[in-house]
Design a protein around this ligand. Structure first.
Ligand code: SF4
Length: 181
């Protein structure tokens, strides 16, 4: 029996292999673009539009949460604990996803964060398990096995590919070499 699944999507490239895998497994998928701390806003828009392009190609409906873009709230959350910021980033995304999944009577929820080789994979998997309920289960899959395919397809389709993880801190880390000593 097909299961209704809500998939949190972080960007276009990460959603290609993830969506294809889940569609092949026979799930009825709805995407959720919820990424409130992507910096700056213009970067958020590029990632959102990349997600929508992929979803359209694969025939998947996407719920957008543009109204919840709130970097100020994010900065308040991680102030003085920036070193542990990824945990707060993952948990915010997964908590919001399970909340929407429960309200929409989805059987399952998951996230494209499980595709990235750069994320703390086990931490995301553990958080998902912690947040599941008897009626809204977390679907774990190691989507990293399709890493190369996702890269190649995103290039072939001309989907926007980001150069840093997403928040202001990651952007600074990526480009700090540009600063003169
Ligand atoms: S580095 Fe990436 S995962 Fe970590 S807090 Fe920033 S955007 Fe989130």
């Amino acid at each position: 029996m097909n299961k209704r699944l809500l998939l949190h999507i972080c960007c276009g490239p990460c959603s290609i292999t993830t969506l294809k895998t889940l569609l092949d497994l026979g799930h009825e998928i709805t995407g959720l673009f919820y990424n409130p701390n992507i910096h700056p806003l213009t970067e958020y828009v590029k990632r959102r539009d990349g997600c929508l392009e992929v979803a359209e190609k694969l025939g998947v409906r996407v719920i957008l949460k543009d109204g919840e873009y709130a970097p100020q709230k994010w900065f308040r959350t991680v102030a003085h604990r920036e070193g542990n910021r990824c945990f707060y980033c993952y948990s915010d995304r997964l908590e919001r996803t399970v909340q929407i999944a429960r309200k929409g009577n989805f059987d399952l929820f998951s996230t494209t964060l499980l595709y990235s080789k750069y994320q703390k994979h086990q931490e995301i998997a553990d958080l998902g398990k912690d947040l599941e309920t008897p009626t809204t289960r977390f679907l774990y899959h190691d989507f990293r096995e399709g890493w190369q395919e996702g890269i190649e397809t995103s290039k072939e389709w001309g989907i926007y590919r980001q150069q840093y993880c997403g928040c202001l801190y990651s952007e600074n880390e990526r480009y700090k070499k540009e600063l003169r000593k």
